[in-house]
Design a protein around this ligand. Structure first.
Ligand SMILES: [Zn+2]
Length: 71
């Protein structure tokens, strides 16, 4: 499948650990499955996976905010 973002690369179905940074703090969301573009690095996720990633990001944001509030 051709990449819908850059139109050049082709998407490869893979499971990866996805780095995520919020407010200067980094984490990794493990075992993210999606279609990744080798050319531009964009990725396409299923609705279910997007939801899971979104939840993981929100949970991390909350943890960072809580830590900063306590500091
Ligand atoms: Zn691309």
């Amino acid at each position: 499948m051709q990449c819908p973002f850059c139109g050049e690369g082709s998407l490869v179905h893979q499971t990866r650990d996805m780095p995520y940074t919020y407010d200067g703090e980094s984490t990794v969301i493990p075992n993210v499955t999606g279609d990744f573009c080798g050319a531009c690095g964009e990725c396409v996720f299923t609705d279910r996976e997007s939801k899971r990633i979104g939840d993981a990001m929100l949970a991390f944001n909350k943890a960072v905010n809580a830590r900063n509030a306590a500091a």
